[in-house]
Every structure is written in structure tokens, then in C-alpha cells.
Design a protein around this ligand. Structure first.
Ligand code: 5AD
Length: 486
């Protein structure tokens, strides 16, 4: 396990077996794929749209969307495209697990049923030509969004088909999604994916890469997701990626959310440049609330709107939008568009304003930066300077630890909880090397909340927080009638 650019011969050899995993792999010809990618108009290129948004200080809108059949997927994206700036194609769960035979059954049954019976678009089974038909039937840049620990074949097919962005990473598409995939394997498989994007870059074709920021979407403290984003950004750059979008999932406290995007941008430039990279394009993505949603659609719109507000105030390059159907499952195309329209209205209104800096915002930015630097220096030390080895060791020892993740390779001891203002703090630091004064600061804030609520600090608070937003508030307060009157 090394953070070193993969040898081209080894990758070319490996490609042969990757492309044999499913018959549609045969249609991937890298030279032809590069010619196809080169002819994609600027207006449909992800990296160009992000650069323009960065230059113009705009926050772009992007939904999630994926259904089983090609015609349906085309109808879906055409329905959404005039309400957003960037398009997705969300991949189904079988494809994410490399279970293409079961995805095929899902396609066949969806045809019989006349409706989608998969929770996304099985791009590998549809193959290069069908994916090109999709790409050519829309007028916006299009990204493949999934959750795949081994995305080598999916990457080959979708990049050859003209998708101009690929989401994921060896940590962010393993630990929140899988139980038993070794971290060494998913990191190596994503080095392959990044190397393929790097090969396109060598030919002047810039494909965007987006590590998945929100992780488990459940009370993830900003420093935790920032460390993963930075490591995955560094791993991608090493393989020759030139355009990176780092992400963060809304936590709910406005100051903390704005501080998270500011600190993410600063830290990325700091770490990327320290590693010797200077020819990359950086952008950021803010994810609207990724935790449990209220079932009531009016309340769901409010959660969406707070996320839209935070995204715009933070100056993120793009926002990933939720829908009023979030609590129920895969949204209809109409509900999906309504999430975009609600978000668009807020983004337009807020972009005419600026959040002025304040001591509270500055303090939060500095806090996140100190937390991240403390973890990152230990990660580098654990790998003797090599971030790939370091990050594997860091998860093994709990130096990096993602709350509420299913993966065996994650400690799961670090425990977050909200403070009295709803910012996510650390209740149990686990084995993370946070500075002592930072730990005390978190403790004091949590005690302050406990005092206001008239209860002891306990795990019950965490449970209350996990459920709070779907029940109508940010902080999980006890059902005390006096507190409810507050
Ligand atoms: N279509 C639209 N949204 C989807 N999501 C997952 N699959 C789809 C799909 N096929 C969204 C849901 C989920 C988030 C991770 O992705 O909002 O909460």
C-alpha cells in the first residue's frame, strides 16, 4: 500500500481483467473513448462549469437521480435539467456491489413491470453506447454518483461514455457503505479509478473527481469528514487527477456549516500545495442534510431550505439537493424537481447577500483547522510520510474514526453529540489525537447543553440528536414541558 502513481503497464494489464467482469466491458476502447470525450462541448463539461462557478462566486445546483431503464432515465434527467446546473446519474445498489447479474434481473423485471424496480441506473449493464445516448440526450454536464468500493469497471464504462465527473473514493465509498471490504483494497481500486482519470488528463481531457463528503451523514464532525476529503484529494492528485471537488454534509448549525466550507477550502490548498501539487482546480460541494428527514413534506422543504441557505452563505461551488420525498425513498421526478426549485429560490435570494465575518465564525474556522491538523500530522506519521499507508493505520488505530459506520475496519468509538447551539461536538474522542484544550472545549459546550436541559451528559443525548430533525428540531431536547415552552 503506497501513495504512488500506479505504473501504467500494471494498470493496462489489470484493465484486461476488469473489462472482462461483465460483457459490456468489451466495448471500452480507451483511445476511442478519449476521442469521444474530447468532442464533448464545453457547456457539458463538469470541470468547465465548476471553474466558471468558482470565478463568478456562484453556487450550482445538482440533484440525485437514477432509475433502472434507459428511456426512463432520459425522461427523468430531461425533466430535471432546466431546474439545475449539473446532472447526476445515481447508480443502483447491485451495481455498487459489482452484482451485475442481479442488476440484469432488475432490468428485466423493470421492463416487465413497466416501472423501475432498481434504486438507481445500472450503467455497467446498460454499457457504453446506451450511456452515451443518455449523455447526448441532456444539455448539462453529467456525473456518475454511486457508493462503490470497487468502481473500476463502472469508471471505465461511464468515463468512456462521456460522463465528465466521477464521485467516490477508497475511504468514503467503503467505510460508510460496506462491512467487510478491506480498506487497502478499496484504496487500491480507487487509485486505479483515479489513474484512469489521470490518463484522460494526460491527453488534455479534464474529468472532475469528487470524494464523497458526508460519509455516514449522521452527526459527522467537520474535522472527521475534512480529514477523509483531504486524504482522498491527495490520493487522487497523485494519480494525475487535475480537478477535485471536496465535500461536506450539512450539520445544521449555520456558523459551523459556513466555517466547515471555509476551512475545507483553506486546508485543501494548504495540504495539496505542501505535497507539491500546483496544477489542480479545487471546488467545494455542500450536501443538504443527509440524516433522517421529516415525513411531512412542508417540514422537509424547510430542511431543504436551511441547507440551501447554508450552502449559499458558505460560498460552496455546488449544492447537492434533497427532495420532499427523502423520508419515503426514491423520489418521483416531480418531487425531485420541487427540491431543486425550493433550493434555487433560496440560492438566488441569498446570493444577493454576504455573510460578514464575525469572531464566532473565525473561532469555528480555527477550531476545525486545529482539529484537522492534529489528526493529519498523526496520519502522516503513521505512514512514515506516506498518506495511503498512514490512513490504513489511522483507521486501524482509531486515529481516524467515522461515527456510525458499518465497516469492520473502522473503530466506531468516536461519539459526536450536539452542543446547545446545535453544532456537532465530540462526546467521546475515541483514539483521535485531538489537542487536550480542544477536547475540554467540546466537553464544556456539551456540559452547558446538559445544564440547560436539566439532565446529565449521556448517550441518550446522542440518540435524541440522531432523531431530532426528522421530529422537527435540530437539538434532541428531552420532552420536558418547560423546555418545550422555550
Ligand atoms: N434517485 C434519487 N435520489 C437517490 N438517492 C439515492 N438513490 C437515489 C435515486 N435513485 C439519494 C437519497 C439518499 C441519498 C444518499 O441519495 O436522497 O438519501
Amino acid at each position: 500500500m503506497k501513495n504512488k502513481k500506479l505504473n501504467k503497464k500494471i494498470v493496462m494489464n489489470e484493465r484486461e481483467s476488469v473489462l472482462k467482469e461483465w460483457p459490456t466491458g468489451d466495448a471500452v476502447d480507451l483511445g476511442e473513448a478519449m476521442r469521444y470525450q474530447r468532442n464533448i462541448p464545453e457547456s457539458k463539461r463538469f470541470s468547465s462549469a465548476l471553474s466558471r462557478a468558482e470565478a463568478d462566486n456562484k453556487t450550482l445546483l445538482q440533484p440525485r437521480a437514477g432509475v433502472a431503464l434507459l428511456d426512463e432515465q432520459i425522461t427523468l434527467l430531461q425533466h430535471l435539467q432546466n431546474s439545475c446546473d449539473l446532472l447526476p446519474t445515481t447508480i443502483d445498489a447491485y451495481t455498487r456491489l459489482n452484482r451485475y447479474d442481479e442488476a440484469q434481473v432488475g432490468i428485466d423485471r423493470s421492463i416487465e413491470a413497466g416501472t423501475s424496480l432498481l434504486n438507481g441506473f445500472p450503467a455497467v449493464n446498460h454499457g457504453v453506447l446506451a450511456c452515451r445516448e443518455l449523455v447526448e440526450s441532456v444539455n448539462k454536464p453529467i456525473e456518475v454518483r454511486h457508493g462503490t468500493p470497487d468502481a473500476r469497471l463502472l469508471t471505465e464504462i461511464t468515463m468512456a461514455a462521456g460522463f465528465t465527473s466521477n464521485e467516490g473514493g477508497g475511504i468514503s465509498y467503503n467505510i460508510p457503505y460496506s462491512k467487510r471490504v478491506p480498506l487497502e483494497k478499496s484504496i487500491r481500486d480507487w487509485q486505479y479509478c483515479d489513474r484512469i482519470v489521470g490518463l484522460y488528463a494526460e491527453e488534455g481531457i479534464i474529468i472532475n473527481r469528487e470524494p464523497f463528503g458526508p460519509l455516514t451523514g449522521t452527526l459527522v464532525p467537520p474535522f472527521v469528514s475534512h480529514c477523509v476529503a483531504l486524504v482522498e484529494g491527495l490520493l487522487a492528485l497523485e494519480q494525475g487527477v487535475k480537478c477535485v471537488t471536496l465535500g461536506y454534509g450539512q450539520a445544521g448549525n449555520l456558523i459551523q456549516d459556513v466555517a466547515a466550507i471555509h476551512s475545507l477550502r483553506d486546508l485543501a490548498n494548504e495540504y495539496f500545495q505542501a505535497a507539491g501539487f500546483d496544477d489542480y482546480k479545487l471546488s467545494t460541494v455542500f450536501h443538504q442534510w443527509m440524516g433522517g428527514f421529516p415525513e411531512n413534506e412542508a417540514q422537509a422543504y424547510s430542511v431543504i431550505s436551511l441547507g440551501a441557505t447554508a450552502a449559499a452563505l458558505s460560498g460552496a461551488t455546488k449544492v447537492i439537493v434533497k427532495t420532499p420525498h427523502e423520508a419515503a425513498g426514491v423520489p418521483t421526478k416531480e418531487a425531485n424537481k420541487q427540491g431543486l426549485e425550493a433550493t434555487g429560490q433560496i440560492i438566488n435570494m441569498v446570493s444577493d447577500q454576504r455573510m460578514t465575518t464575525s469572531p464566532a465564525l473565525e473561532q469555528e474556522i480555527e477550531l476545525i483547522k486545529r482539529e484537522v491538523r492534529a489528526i493529519m500530522s498523526k496520519v502522516f506519521a503513521l505512514g512514515d510520510g506516506d498518506i495511503a499507508r498512514g490512513v490504513v493505520e489511522a483507521f486501524k488505530t482509531g486515529v481516524m474514526d467515522i461515527p456510525f459506520a458499518p465497516a469492520d475496519c473502522n473503530s466506531g468509538i468516536l461519539m459526536p453529540v450536539r452542543d446547545n447551539n446545535g453544532a456537532v461536538r465530540v462526546l467521546d474522542r475515541g483514539a483521535t489525537p485531538l489537542p487536550e484544550d480542544v477536547v475540554s472545549f467540546h466537553n464544556d459546550l456539551i456540559k452547558e447543553r446538559a445544564k440547560v436541559e436539566g439532565r446529565e451528559v449521556s448517550f441518550q443525548m446522542v440518540i435524541d440528536d440522531v432523531n431530532a430533525i426528522s421530529q422537527g428540531r435540530l437539538v434532541g431536547r428531552p420532552k420536558d414541558p418547560i423546555l418545550r415552552a422555550l
